[in-house]
Structure formats: structure tokens, C-alpha cells
Design a protein around this ligand. Structure first.
Ligand SMILES: CC(C)(COP(=O)(O)OP(=O)(O)OC[C@H]1O[C@@H](n2cnc3c(N)ncnc32)[C@H](O)[C@@H]1OP(=O)(O)O)[C@@H](O)C(=O)NCCC(=O)NCCS
Length: 446
């Protein structure tokens, strides 16, 4: 997803992970484009043409955006723009992000990429492929284990080896049906002075929530400063134990009180925090009609007394009530097998005791393709020589493997669909249980 740069969030690289300055991939030279340079302004033209949703159609709008970018750049050392040059001419580019992602409880250095764009006059010459390959090469070189992006076209990135993340569930819950037994008197509006607590609460949840990206202070500050967002926190004593960040979405022009509360983040550490925040939202029902909850929690409907969306539509006979719509967004990709195994070395894959040989198909990125063996001891993985006798062999494509590692798909489903093949079908139950994980969440825009 492409959003104003001020809303993106990431963290800076440590010194040993500093970015290389330039590289050649195929016929394309890739190098960092500095925000103050005229090349950056040309890059903005390419991006604005590729993403009309940015609404930067005039030169004045693009100049204003350039100025905003230049101002923000010092606050955002974790991200930079890489230009693609052919014969010295800027023909495309992308924005790269240094990220820390919670994968199965481990904090994993990962690369993020966004704003992939190729000039209108230069499409279908392999430039996007070179950009994405260059992104993978760079982050592999710097020790990253995973890559993550928001796919404007999932099929485009699927071909490049990215696997789906979890689906987002969007519930439109009439406020009057929300539970009202929470302690809403412990909820208060949050403002800029609460930035530290706001950040700490998010990062405590991040540390134990699969997929969430670590966040830095400036991101929390921005959320509390930006007038389009309203945030409300639940306090357990002095501790901010949960918060709700919403935006007001207006109803139809001829209505008064049909506006919605559109949830950007619903973070809670305890059931009491969740109940209080929902009760607080309910107390706004004189002014707002629905709470639009966006969540990757597949069980969220159990938290509601009535998860129907108010349309009273039955989807399938005899009766299936419409509850929510769904969408796919983030996609994930393994970048380096050894780095991934090292990063996940302290994780438990159930209580699996076995040597699993994994044959990874990766037509797009040769460094990852091939066969590796992993020994699991009481669930903990470690690399062993590929020639080690294996209990079972798993053949899988890198996109599905990445989704499996992230927990967005069950192994048993991939096997059922013929997308993963086990040499011994009687191992399926054990391996499926071992790879099972909470579906990954992502609340960071980039
Ligand atoms: C999408 C985009 C980045 C592709 O750039 P590109 O340099 O033309 O892409 P490449 O030449 O490297 O092509 C890579 C593959 O992408 C796919 N692809 C690219 N453009 C496509 C199109 N218009 N229709 C269908 N597939 C397309 C093809 O599979 C292609 O491989 P092929 O040529 O071997 O069939 C470019 O068209 C663009 O900037 N689009 C607007 C912005 C956008 O959608 N960006 C996000 C991409 S998810």
C-alpha cells in the first residue's frame, strides 16, 4: 500500500546492516536517490504517474510533496528511495525499509519494499523484476531473513515468490450491539503527551504478536499529533493496557448521525481493556452508527455479542449471516535460508523431533532455491547438512513456504491443494501441528 510517507513506520538499521550504495542487477543500475537531489524529484514523477491514487497530478503538487519528503527524511533514517537507471536514465524506483518483525516470537531483521514503480515509457523491459531482485539481494547481503510488502497486485508479487499473509477482516458492527459491560470510565482520550506510553503498549504487544513490526517513537508521536486520528486509551492503574485509534468516516451527505468510527488500531493487553474500549465505542452511538473494525484476528467475532453487519443478508441456505468482508494485503518472502533458521533457532515448532529435508523451488531468486535439511529437536530447528538422512521430505514453492513460516496458511491445506508434497503422507499430522502459528498481523503502513 502506498501512503503518505509520514505514516510509514520502521526502525533504523544497526551499523552492521548498513545499506550498500549501488548495485547492478541485469541491465539495471540500482542506487540510492537522495531526497534533496533532482533525481528524487524525477522519481516522484514516476511514482505519481504509477499511483494516481496519490492525487499528485500537477507539478505544484509534486513539488510540495518533494518538500515534505525532504523535511521528513532526517526523522526516517530507516527508509530510503532506490532508483533504477538504464543507460544513466532514471526509469523506475522503490522505497526500502529496515524492519524488525515478530516471527513466531522472534524479532527478525526484515526488508520492506513499497512504491515499486516503473516509468510509463519503460514498462515491460524487466525493470520491476530487477528492482525486486536488487531489493532481495541487498537485504540478503545485510543479514535479513524475510521480506515484506503490501501488494498492489498480488499476482505480480506471487510470481516473484511472495506468499500471502493473513486476511484482514472488516466488521461493520452497529454500535448499539457492542458489549456494554466494560469499564469505560477508565478510558480517556490520548494526546501527544501520551506518546511514550502509547509506543510502549504497542511494542509490548508487538513482542508477542506474530507479524507485527517494531515501532519507533516518532511513529507514535505522529499518530497522536495527526488530527484525522482520535485515540482513546484504557488505563489499568497507571498502565496504558489498550487503545483504540479511530478516524471519523462521514455518512451519506443527507444524514446527521450515520457516521462511522473507522478503526485503525485496536490494541489490548487484557480482556478488561478490550471490553472497556468496546463499551466506550458503544457510548458514542448517539453520533455514530457503526464501528468499522479492521482486524487480522480470525476469532474476533467471538468478542462480539452480535457480529452481524446489520445488512440481514444471508449468504447461503439455510442461513449464513453476513458478518464481515475480507481482504488480502501484506505478502511475505524468505530472503535467506540460513538467516531465517538462525533467527528462528529459539522458536518452538511444536514438539517435533525429526530431520525434515526441504526442497525449495524459487525460479525468481536463485540463491534461495535448493535443498536444505533441518533437524528439529523438541521443536527447535537447526540446520544440518543436506545429505543427512531425513525422516521426511517436503517439496514446496518459496511463496507458499514463506506463508507457511509466517503462519498464514496450514501445511495440511497446501498439501490438500497439491501445492506442497510430503514424501511420507503419514507425517502430515505431525508437521502440520509443528508449523501451525498465529496468523501474522501487520498494522504498519509502508
Ligand atoms: C507493475 C510495474 C511495476 C511493472 O513494471 P515493469 O518494469 O513493466 O515489469 P517487468 O517488465 O519487470 O515485468 C515483470 C512481470 O510483471 C508482470 N507484468 C508487468 N506488467 C504487467 C501488465 N501490465 N500486465 C500483466 N502482467 C504484467 C509480468 O509477469 C512480467 O513478466 P513478463 O514480462 O515476463 O511477462 C509497472 O507496470 C508499474 O509501475 N505499474 C504501476 C504501479 C504498480 O502497480 N506498482 C505495484 C506493482 S505490485
Amino acid at each position: 500500500m502506498l501512503v503518505p510517507v509520514s505514516e510509514s513506520s520502521a526502525i533504523a538499521a544497526s551499523p552492521d546492516e548498513l545499506a550498500p550504495s549501488a548495485q547492478r542487477v541485469g541491465a539495471t543500475e540500482l542506487r540510492t536517490v537522495q531526497p534533496a537531489s533532482s533525481e528524487f524529484r524525477r522519481w516522484l514523477d514516476i511514482v505519481a504517474d504509477a499511483y494516481p491514487i496519490m492525487k499528485l497530478s500537477t507539478a505544484e503538487q509534486r513539488d510540495a510533496r518533494w518538500e515534505e519528503e525532504r523535511k521528513l527524511a532526517p526523522r526516517q533514517p530507516e527508509q530510503r528511495v532506490v532508483g533504477a537507471f538504464r543507460d544513466g536514465v532514471l526509469v523506475g524506483g522503490m522505497r526500502l525499509y529496515d524492519l524488525r518483525m515478530c516471527v513466531r516470537g522472534a524479532q527478525v531483521f526484515s526488508g520492506g519494499v513499497g512504491s515499486v514503480a516503473v516509468g510509463l515509457a519503460h514498462k515491460r523491459h524487466g525493470i520491476a523484476r530487477d528492482l525486486v531482485r536488487g531489493f532481495l539481494l541487498e537485504y540478503r547481503e545485510r543479514g535479513a531473513a524475510m521480506a515484506v510488502l503490501y501488494a498492489f497486485r498480488p499476482n505480480f508479487y506471487g510470481k516473484l515468490g511472495f506468499g500471502h499473509g493473513a486476511k484482514l477482516n472488516q466488521y461493520a458492527v452497529p454500535l448499539t450491539t457492542l458489549p456494554d459491560d466494560g469499564l469505560r470510565e477508565r478510558v480517556r482520550a490520548l494526546g501527544p503527551p501520551d506518546a511514550e506510553a502509547f509506543l510502549e503498549t504497542y511494542n509490548r504487544v508487538q513482542a508477542r504478536t506474530n507479524g507485527l513490526l517494531r515501532r519507533e517513537r516518532w511513529r507514535a508521536e505522529l499518530r497522536l499529533e495527526q488530527p484525522q486520528f482520535r485515540s482513546f486509551g484504557f488505563f489499568d492503574g497507571a498502565t496504558l493496557a489498550g487503545y483504540l485509534s479511530v478516524e471519523f468516516r462521514l455518512g451519506k451527505s443527507d444524514t446527521m448521525n450515520r457516521n462511522d468510527l473507522f478503526v485503525h488500531e485496536l490494541i489490548y493487553e487484557t480482556p478488561a481493556a478490550l471490553r472497556a474500549l468496546l463499551a466506550f465505542a458503544r457510548s458514542q452511538s448517539d453520533q455514530f452508527a457503526k464501528l468499522i473494525v479492521n482486524t487480522q484476528d480470525p476469532d474476533f467475532h467471538f468478542s462480539l455479542d452480535d457480529p452481524r453487519d446489520g445488512s440481514d443478508r444471508s449468504l447461503f441456505p439455510p442461513v449464513y449471516h453476513t458478518t464481515n468482508t475480507q481482504g488480502l494485503g501484506p505478502m511475505y518472502r524468505a530472503v535467506d535460508g540460513a538467516a531465517l533458521l538462525q533467527a528462528l533457532g529459539g522458536c518452538r515448532f511444536g514438539d517435533l523431533d525429526a530431520v525434515v529435508r526441504i526442497a525449495l523451488a524459487d525460479p525468481f531468486f536463485a540463491p534461495l532455491a535448493g535443498t536444505r535439511a533441518v533437524r528439529f529437536e523438541q521443536g527447535q530447528p537447526a540446520a544440518v547438512d543436506a545429505s543427512t538422512p531425513a525422516d521426511v521430505d517436503l517439496a514446496i514453492d518459496v511463496a507458499d513456504f514463506s506463508a507457511l513460516v509466517m503462519g498464514s496458511v496450514r501445511l495440511r491445506s497446501l498439501v490438500a491443494y497439491g501445492r506442497a508434497v510430503l514424501s511420507k503422507p503419514d507425517w502430515l499430522r505431525r508437521l502440520d501441528a509443528a508449523f501451525d502459528a498465529e496468523p501474522p498481523q501487520c498494522l504498519t503502513r509502508f
